[in-house]
Design a protein around this ligand. Structure first.
Ligand SMILES: Nc1ncnc2c1ncn2[C@@H]1O[C@H](COP(=O)(O)OP(=O)(O)OP(=O)(O)O)[C@@H](O)[C@H]1O
Length: 247
């Protein structure tokens, strides 16, 4: 069966820096796939390349078999690809609700449809409902992360890419964000999740790739990778008891 997303032999360079080196991964429709690796492994570059924000030096990005070469980032959003970057960009001077509506601006919706979609986001993140009228710039870091995810969801993506969604968040806020990710997974969204917090990623993913220096060095289920102690050696250059990394 054709994978939902297929990355074939992709290389990305920034001048003399090679961020991705002939990397290949795939995700089936509805699968949640984690990308785990240390700083500089190329995780963000991979998401940016899929979103069309950074160009490929070689290789191909395919969505449901279709080569996305030449598709601009906006066109890729139209094809169902949404990226929530590490910077969790929100329009700071607009309200929470306005930020959500902007997320749906490419879809031709009536006001009632837009409100219904926003209500679904509020159900996913009740905290945003409480803050619907607040200016986004005054939200906490965790609320801004929820809003960035909510805005991406308003585009109704088939493929949602999340770059370090737990970064800098308190554990209780991370719990809320991961509960939402689990709900999206259960609803059948294909998710590509970049995390340094392997235990969190393993709590929701079907499969993970371990990345280092722009390449995949191992792939498998959370159980397999935990049992092998692979994550510790990739992230910290050492081996540790597998149970430490179980969620
Ligand atoms: N805009 C850029 N210009 C030059 N080099 C870059 C740029 N962005 C990333 N790099 C380099 O590309 C390599 C991969 O970086 P990337 O941010 O994709 O890794 P990462 O795994 O996401 O790391 P992090 O967790 O720190 O974000 C690194 O060597 C990084 O310094």
């Amino acid at each position: 069966m054709t994978p939902h997303l297929q990355i074939e032999d992709v290389s990305v360079t920034y001048g003399a820096v090679r961020a991705l080196n002939r990397l290949s991964i795939h995700a089936a429709k509805g699968e949640t796939v984690a990308l785990i690796g240390p700083n500089g492994a190329g995780k963000s570059s991979l998401l940016l390349a899929i979103a069309g924000v950074v160009p490929l030096r070689s290789g191909a990005v395919r969505l449901e078999g279709r080569d996305l070469a030449g598709q601009e980032p906006e066109q890729r959003v139209g094809l169902g690809i949404s990226l929530v970057p590490e910077t969790r960009d929100v329009f700071k001077k607009l309200s929470t609700h306005e930020n959500l509506l902007i997320g749906a601006s490419r879809r031709r919706l009536t006001r009632a449809q837009m409100q219904a979609d926003a209500d679904r986001i509020y159900a996913l993140f009740p905290r945003l409902a409480e803050r619907h009228n607040h200016m986004a710039g005054f939200l906490s870091g965790g609320e801004q992360q929820m809003l960035a995810i909510g805005r991406a969801l308003m585009a109704e993506p088939g493929l949602l890419m999340l770059d370090e969604p737990s970064l800098g968040l308190a554990p209780v806020v991370t719990d809320a964000v991961y509960a939402a990710i689990a709900t999206l997974r259960d609803q059948g969204t294909t998710i590509l999740l970049v995390e340094q917090n392997a235990a969190r990623a393993f709590s929701v993913c079907d499969r993970a790739y371990l990345m280092q220096a722009g390449q995949v060095i191992e792939e498998g289920s959370a159980e397999t990778l935990s049992a092998r102690g692979s994550v510790e050696s990739v992230l910290f250059g050492r081996s540790a008891p597998a149970k430490e990394l179980r969620p």
